[in-house]
Structures are given as C-alpha cells and as structure tokens.
Design a protein around this ligand. Structure first.
Ligand code: FE2
Ligand code: FE2
Length: 179
C-alpha cells in the first residue's frame, strides 16, 4: 500500500473511532443533556476540522484529482458519487450544528445518525474499492508526491497545536463514554 492511501486509511480509522463514540453518546442514558451538549459541540468541531476540512480536503484537492488524471471517470462514476456524499455529509454537519444552537437533542440525533450511517458506508467504499484502484494505478513516486501535499494541507488547515487538541479530545470522550 502506498503512503498516500495509507495516510487516508489511518484517518478513516480515527473517524470510525469517533463515530463509534458518537453512537455511544447518543445511546447512553447515563449522562445529563447538558453534559451531552458539551460533548456534541466538541464532536461537531472535530468533524468540521478533521473529517471535513482535513480529510475530505485531501481527497478532493489532491487524491481524487490525481486518480481522474490517471483515467478514473469523474462525474458519472465512482468519484462523482463520493463527491456527492462529501457534500451531503456537510449538510448533515450543518444540521447537527444548528440543532445544537437551539439545544434540540432530538433533531441532533436524527442528523447525527444520518451522518454516521453515510460516513460509515462512504469509508467502506473508499477503503475497499477506491484505494484498491489507487494502489494499482499510482506508482510509488505519485504516492509519495501526494503524501507530501497531504502533509502541507494538514499543516495549513490544522497545524500542530490543533492536532494535539483533537487527539486529547478523542481521548477524553473515549474515557468518559468507555469506548
Ligand atoms: Fe471521502
Ligand atoms: Fe475518506
């Protein structure tokens, strides 16, 4: 497996871990709503910065572009449907954020469940179909060049300080909700 696909796969693992925590947060009745609200706000922040800006950004700006250059069809094919799912996921995150502003946990659960289901199937598709294609189509040199761009992208949208902050947030949630 090339360096670029490996990097994206690792990010998928982090996102799946957070989705598991989110599912647990929504299903537990051991926490007060006010406590849940605090964690949901942090989680939406994580999804916006890490899952969307950082991860989807890497895919859209560099990875998909390179694969289309190598002959994978864009709009009509697999990449087109993946892009559509990215934009659908943004709409769900926006709904999650809005429901938190009005402290509406029922609405939050509806949007968050849709988001979680969408992202899980999206990640499965990328892991099993797209990355297998990528590993066939991209040689080591292209994988390394993409990985370089990923690093720069990550630095510009997240930076070291925020990266640490996100990691410690995941750690706190996992401890708090025993995931
Ligand atoms: Fe994606
Ligand atoms: Fe992805």
């Amino acid at each position: 497996m090339g360096k670029a696909t490996q990097d994206l796969r690792k990010e998928h693992d982090s996102i799946l871990h957070v989705l598991k925590i989110l599912d647990k947060m929504m299903s537990t009745d051991k926490k007060e709503d006010i406590v849940k609200l605090k964690y949901y706000n942090e989680l939406v922040y994580f999804l916006k910065i890490f899952a969307d800006k950082c991860h989807h950004g890497k895919e859209e700006k560099y990875f998909f572009v390179e694969l289309v250059n190598k002959g994978i069809p864009n709009d009509a094919g697999l990449i087109g449907s993946l892009l559509q799912e990215h934009s659908q996921s943004r709409e769900y995150i926006a709904l999650m954020g809005k429901s938190l502003e009005s402290k509406d946990l029922i609405e939050f659960n509806t949007a968050a469940t849709k988001y979680s289901n969408l992202l899980k199937s999206h990640i499965e598709k990328e892991n099993n179909v797209l990355f297998a294609m990528a590993d066939q189509l991209l040689d080591e040199e292209s994988q390394d060049a993409l990985f370089e761009k990923f690093e720069q992208h990550e630095e510009s949208v997240i930076g070291h300080g925020v990266h640490e902050e996100l990691h410690s947030m995941i750690h706190n949630w996992a401890t708090e909700f025993e995931v």
